[in-house]
Design a binder for this molecule. Structure first.
Ligand code: GLN
Length: 436
């Protein structure tokens, strides 16, 4: 069914950059015959999965949607990919994205933009727009993406699917091409909470080969979803915070939808309290300064010797802007002026978010403050960055956050963002399960 949809729709939606149908069918048949023989199969048996083009999968093109890496073939499996394969997931192909994950619209891909299957003519969001669109269009059961400042939650919101960014360190980043290594996390997309749970059960947990992963006791996400969905008042006893500044910066039509969600959550037993986060104006500048510096350093290896083309000579405008800005800010004489200040602001943001989260089970609100623009509209960099104001906070703070469908404005999907304390990922998933 997924393969049929890929064949029928991928040429118009452009969610996948590379598909290996034959191999997927072969693997599916093998898994089928193991089931028929009564053999044990993995948690993802038979599920068709798309992977963002910046995560290494052996023998697929890992090009990060860039001309720079156009001819680069993955020579190994990222840890998450290894785990997916061990659980019999069928990786069918690599999905489209903004070049090097630096964007919020999937328009900067060297291989053309991706259409939004849920809102034709509009951007799918980004940077993991292909992964979100592929799930929204039914081209795969599950997909994975990366989220540095919202790249899973933003396209999930615009495409009307669920997207989950785990706590920083909860899932291994080994095998992911860095955009900004102190923010990047890998996470899943799905149409439903049980799909997200299944994928998290497989990919979450300590990885001895990746030094930023946390050695934590991974709960059973699937069991948690099952329990929640059995309950009559699944949110009873939960205290959820709504931050007034998050609503103030958002489009009124989006705020209306979110208020409807709050009513629904009260009906399910939740108590809603108002919170204030005064650092909202600091978030975008802090995020982008750190992103520029870390991205600049990550791109020094693309000098044309090992990976094809020299990045400065082969990349698009936004990637070049970040390299130039990163190189400028990284100058020793300027470090006190920008980078150190950004790190201080980051600590403050982290402290304040943790303080707010201390008093509640989770913070809920809009995922993205504005509706996705029509493809072809030209935006200034600052207008593009403005999509990220509500999502970068979780990356700055290292906390888990997800987006789940909340409704639509004239057919255009709107997502509800849920954020929680570090390693409280399961609580977010319970709220998503209650809400679906
Ligand atoms: N839009 C943000 C940026 O361009 C986030 C990207 C991401 O999460 N990969 O940096």
């Amino acid at each position: 069914n997924s393969l049929y949809k890929i064949e029928k729709d991928n040429s118009s939606i452009n969610a996948f950059l590379e598909v290996k149908e034959g191999e997927a069918i072969e693997l599916a048949e093998k898994i089928d015959s193991r089931i028929k023989n009564g053999e044990k199969v993995g948690k993802l048996a038979g599920l068709v999965i798309g992977v963002k083009s910046n995560i290494n999968v052996e023998d697929f093109h890992i090009n990060a949607a860039s001309h720079t890496l156009e001819n680069y073939l993955g020579s190994y499996d990222a840890t998450v990919v290894k785990r997916i394969k061990e659980e019999d997931g069928i990786i069918v192909g690599m999905t489209n994205m903004d070049e090097f994950a630096a964007g919020s619209s999937t328009e900067t891909s060297y291989f053309g933009h991706t259409e939004n299957p849920a809102a034709p003519g509009r951007i799918p969001g980004g940077s993991s727009g292909g992964s979100a669109a592929a799930v929204a269009a039914g081209m795969c059961d599950l997909s994975i993406g990366s989220d540095t400042g919202g790249s899973i939650r933003n396209p999930a919101s615009h495409c009307g699917v669920m997207g989950f960014k785990p706590t920083y360190g909860a899932v291994s980043r080994q095998g992911l091409l860095d955009l900004s290594m102190s923010f990047d996390q890998i996470g899943p997309f799905s149409q439903d909470a049980s799909g997200i749970a299944t994928m998290l059960d497989v990919i979450a947990g300590y990885d001895p080969t990746e030094c930023t992963t946390i050695d934590w006791k991974v709960p059973s996400f699937v069991d948690a979803v099952g329990e929640t969905q059995k309950s009559q008042t699944p949110l009873k006893g939960m205290k959820l915070g709504i931050v007034k500044q998050f609503l103030e910066v958002s489009d009124d039509k989006i705020v209306n939808i979110i208020e409807g969600s709050l009513d629904k959550m009260r009906d399910m037993g939740a108590e809603i309290v108002e919170l204030s986060f005064d650092q909202i104006d600091l978030c975008l500048p802090t995020y982008y300064l750190i992103n520029y510096v870390e991205f600049f350093s990550a791109t020094r290896k693309y000098d044309g010797r090992k990976y094809g083309y020299r990045i400065e000579e082969s990349c698009g405008e936004e990637v070049l802007r970040r390299i130039h800005m990163g190189s400028y800010i990284s100058q020793k004489e300027l470090s006190g002026k920008y980078y150190k200040k950004a790190l201080q602001a980051r600590s403050l943001i982290r402290k304040e978010m943790n303080k707010l989260l201390d008093g509640v089970d989770a913070i809920v609100g809009p995922t993205v403050p504005k509706l996705p623009h029509k493809i072809g509209t030209s935006l200034e960099p600052m207008e593009m960055y403005a999509y990220d104001v509500l999502t970068v906070i979780a990356n700055l703070a290292g906390i888990p956050a997800a987006s789940t469908p909340a409704g639509n404005v004239g057919g255009v999907p709107v997502g509800l963002q849920i954020q929680a304390k570090p390693l409280d990922d399961v609580k977010i998933l319970e709220i998503m399960a209650a809400f679906e």
